[in-house]
Design a protein around this ligand. Sequence first.
Ligand code: IPE
Ligand code: IPE
Ligand code: MG
Length: 238
Amino acid sequence: MGVPQHIAIIMDGNGRWAASRGLPRTAGHTQGAKNVERICLAAKKLGVKYLTLYAFSTENWSRPQPEVKALMKLLEGYLDRCQKTVEENKMRLRVIGDITRLDPKLQEKIKDAQQISAIYHDLNLTIAINYGSRDEMVRAMRKMCEDVKADKRLISEITPESFSEYLDTKDIPDPDLLIRTSGELRLSNYLLWQLAYSEMYFTDIAWPDFDEKELEKAINAFSSRDRRYGGIQEEKNV
Ligand code: IPE
Ligand code: IPE
Ligand code: MG
């Protein structure tokens, strides 16, 4: 297998990265936000077409308010700066998650960035903000039920394919590879539907230290796997 077309990443470990250096957690988030640019560039260079990053989960609101505020500020800062990365990488930016809960100013910036970058397609960066898979699926189900109620869709037309069309990720293919940094071995409510057949790669490296070399390592691990979709291994030449 070659380079994955779509890599999804759970960018974890900013807090521990900072704590191990005697720094406040927010310093880890600042470093983590900087790393997004580095990984976008690396992904583009390696031939990855879709990169989907988990930036803020529906559960992350339960963190201390100053930390939530700092994370929102960093997201805003990223959106302010991203024009350069967008042009350099010919990158289309999308946001998934329920953005209606975000500050209206941030919502505007998201809409602008999405609109400005819509002309590009070399790299497709999707950032998950206030994203949770269960929330996404419930929102999708509500929309689907409304369509059924309005006679726009028949119940018999509900299939895995048509359901996917209601998800935030409707415009992007399913990830081929999921990477989670910093040692945790769970999905934390990320892309539960879309990751059904993705390969998983877990590393102890914290997100701020996850560089181009580490990305290459993950891709090499992916390439050496025997990927199946419920079938059998391809016959080897004897
Ligand atoms: C990931 O780092 C960033 C977000 C979840 C926003 P963490 O903040 O979860 O870092 P750890 O897991 O506490 O080290
Ligand atoms: C998942 O990381 C969310 C993001 C990376 C944005 P967390 O650090 O919040 O996940 P848990 O709480 O350890 O499962
Ligand atoms: Mg964490």
